[in-house]
Design a protein around this ligand. Structure first.
Ligand code: C5P
Ligand code: C5P
Ligand code: C5P
Length: 465
C-alpha cells in the first residue's frame, strides 16, 4: 500500500476507537510523537492513556494492557512485533507509527504500521514524530500547530544531520509549521546551543565539522569574535540569535576562510536551522536541537511526563523541572564522554568496545558513545555495554557510527539483531545507531560476534541502497 492509503487507514482506526493507549519511547522523538498523537486523539474527544517505556522488551510488556483500547505504538513497535504476537494482542487493536526497521512476528501476525521505511526515499529521513504528525494532520488540519513538535522529534533523532537539514516529507512538515507561523527556517552555523550559549562556547564545542584553531579552544574563539567586532571584549556573552544578518554572514565567511586556509573544505559549517520565535528568548525551547535535548534529558532520566508537559505548553513548574533535568543531563553526558575517552576503548578489529558497568544508566550510554566517537577512531563503530538498572541479568548494548562507514556496507542494526538473537537477546534500531539487550555473562562472545559480522559487512562492501 502507498503512504496516502496507509495514513488514511491509520486515521480511520483512530476515529473508530473508543479509547486509546499511547505507548511511546522515552527519547525526544518518542515524547514528541506521543505529545502529537495525544493531542490529536484528545481533540476528537477520545480519551487517551500514555505509557512510556525505555524500549519494548519482555520486561516492559507488562505495562501494555491487553484491553479494548486501541494501542498506538509510536517510535517503537515495528521491530518488536514478536512481543505483541506473544502477548496475544489482536491486530485490530494495534496501530504502529514508527521509523525503525520492521521485524516480522515469527508466527506471521501482521500488525498494521505506518513506517517511514516503507515508502521510498522521500520518507526514510522522517522520524516517528514526522509520521505521527502526518496522521494527526490527516485527522484534522487544526493539528497544524503540532508541526513544531514534529520538527523537534526529527531533529532530535538526527534526521537533519547527514544533509545539514531536513529533507523529503520531514522538510515539508517544517514548511507546514512555518506557514502556520511557529517555525522560522533559516540557514546558519551548524553548531549546538545557538539560542542559549555564548557564541565562543558554541564555536569551541563544534566537533562536526572541526574548525581548526577554534574547536576545543574557547579563548581562541572569543579572540576571533573580538577581531571581527562581534564581541566587544573576550568576556562578551552574545548569542548567535542576537547577531544581525550581516554579522551572521560575516562570521560564517571568516570561519570558512579559516577552514580553507587550513586545507579543510568548509562543508558542513552551515546548516538549515529551525527556530521557534514564539518561545521565550534565550531558552532551549527556541530551537529544535536544544528543545530535543531538553526532552531527552527528561525522558532518558525516567521523567518523560515532564517532557510531555513541556510539549503540551507548560512553561511553569514542569518547565522549571525540565530545565533542572537538562542541566543534570548535560553534566552527566559530559562526564560520560570524558570517562569513555580517558578510560579508552578496546579496538577488537572492526569495532571499538567499552564496558561502563554500573556507572551510567543504560538509557544514556548510547548518547555518550555517539558524542565520544568524534574524538576516537571515527572509522570504526563504537559499541558500549552497561548494566541495566533493576534488571541484574541483562546487559544493555548501544552502537553508533557515521554515514561514511554505512557507505562502506556497515549496518549496525543488522549486526546487533543477528548477534543478539544468537545469545538469546534482542536488538534493533537503525543502520547508524542501534541497541540491544543481551543476557549477562556472554559479553565477550557477543562483542567478538558483532566484530565478525561488521568485518563481514565491510568485506561484502556497499549495499544497494
Ligand atoms: O530509538 P531511536 O531512534 O529513538 O534512537 C535515537 C538514537 O539514535 C539517537 O541517539 C540518535 O542520535 C540516533 N540516530 C542517529 N541517526 C539516525 C537515527 C537515530 O544517530 N538516522
Ligand atoms: O540520542 P542522541 O544520540 O541523539 O543524543 C545526542 C543528544 O545530545 C542530542 O539530544 C543532542 O541534541 C545533544 N547534543 C548536545 N551537545 C552537542 C551535541 C548534541 O547536547 N554538542
Ligand atoms: O538505546 P540506544 O540509544 O543506543 O538505541 C539506539 C537505537 O536502537 C534506538 O533507535 C533504539 O530504539 C534501538 N533499540 C532497539 N532495541 C533495543 C535497544 C535499542 O531497537 N533492544
Amino acid at each position: 500500500m502507498g503512504f496516502v492509503e496507509d495514513v488514511s487507514r491509520a486515521a480511520e482506526m483512530i476515529r473508530e476507537a473508543n479509547a486509546a493507549t499511547l505507548i511511546s519511547h522515552i527519547d525526544a522523538d518518542g515524547i514528541t510523537s506521543e505529545a502529537i498523537i495525544s493531542q490529536a486523539v484528545s481533540r476528537l474527544g477520545i480519551p487517551v492513556n500514555p505509557v512510556f517505556v525505555r524500549q519494548l522488551e519482555p520486561m516492559t510488556m507488562k505495562y501494555i494492557p491487553n484491553d479494548d483500547t486501541l494501542k498506538i505504538f509510536t517510535d517503537l513497535g515495528g521491530g518488536q512485533q514478536n512481543l505483541l504476537e506473544e502477548a496475544g494482542i489482536p491486530t485490530d487493536k494495534v496501530l504502529i507509527l514508527d521509523h525503525h526497521i520492521s521485524q516480522p512476528a515469527p508466527g506471521g501476525t501482521e500488525y498494521f504500521q505506518v513506517n517511514s521505511q516503507f515508502y521510498g526515499e522521500e520518507y526514510t529521513k522522517c522520524s516517528a514524530a514526522g509520521i505521527t504528525y502526518l496522521v494527526a494532520r490527516k485527522l484534522d488540519s487544526v493539528n497544524k500547530d503540532l508541526a513544531k513538535l514534529s520538527v523537534v522529534g526529527n531533529v532530535g533523532d538526527m534526521m537533519a544531520r547527514e544533509n545539514r537539514g531536513l529533507i523529503g516529507v520531514a522538510r515539508w512538515i517544517a514548511e507546514d509549521g512555518a506557514d502556520f507561523g511557529q517555525i522560522k527556517i533559516t540557514r546558519g552555523l551548524n553548531c549546538y546551543g545557538l539560542s542559549t550559549r555564548p557564541l565562543h562556547v558554541c564555536l569551541s564545542n563544534s566537533d562536526d565539522p572541526i574548525i581548526p584553531g577554534i574547536s576545543g579552544k574557547p579563548a581562541e574563539a572569543a579572540a576571533l569574535l573580538c577581531r571581527t567586532g562581534i564581541y566587544e571584549s573576550p568576556s562578551d556573552q552574545r548569542l548567535w540569535e542576537e547577531l544581525s544578518p550581516e554579522e551572521e554572514k560575516m562570521l560564517t565567511s571568516v570561519l570558512a576562510e579559516q577552514m580553507i586556509a587550513n586545507g579543510e573544505a568548509p562543508n558542513g559549517l552551515v546548516a538549515e536551522l529551525y527556530f521557534f520565535p514564539d518561545e521565550m528568548e534565550k531558552t532551549p525551547l527556541r530551537n529544535a536541537s536544544e528543545y530535543a535535548t531538553m526532552l531527552n534529558a527528561c525522558g532518558r532520566w525516567t521523567k518523560p511526563k515532564i517532557g510531555e508537559a513541556v510539549c503540551f505548553g507548560d512553561r511553569g513548574q514542569k518547565y522549571r523541572e525540565a530545565e533542572h533535568m537538562l542541566r543534570h543531563h548535560r553534566s552527566i553526558i559530559r562526564e560520560l564522554c570524558e570517562y569513555i575517552i580517558e578510560t579508552g576503548v578496546e579496538d577488537i578489529g572492526s569495532i571499538q568496545v567499552i564496558h561502563t558497568g554500573e556507572k551510567y544508566p543504560d538509557t544514556i550510554v548510547g548518547i555518550g558513545a555517539g558524542m565520544a566517537l568524534s574524538k576516537l577512531d571515527t572509522d570504526k563503530p563504537i559499541l558500549v555495554m552497561c548494566s541495566v538498572t533493576d534488571e541484574p541479568d541483562l546487559i544493555k548494548v548501544s552502537m553508533r557510527t557515521y554515514e561514511k562507514i554505512l557507505r562502506r556496507g556497515v549496518d549496525l542494526q543488522e549486526a546487533l539483531v543477528t548477534a543478539a538473537a544468537e545469545v538469546g537477546g534482542a536488538g534493533g534500531g537503525h543502520n547508524i545507531a542501534a541497541g540491544a539487550y543481551i543476557p549477562k555473562g556472554c559479553e565477550n562472545d557477543f562483542t567478538r560476534r558483532v566484530n565478525e559480522l561488521v568485518e563481514g559487512q565491510l568485506t561484502a562492501g556497499p549495499k544497494d541502497r
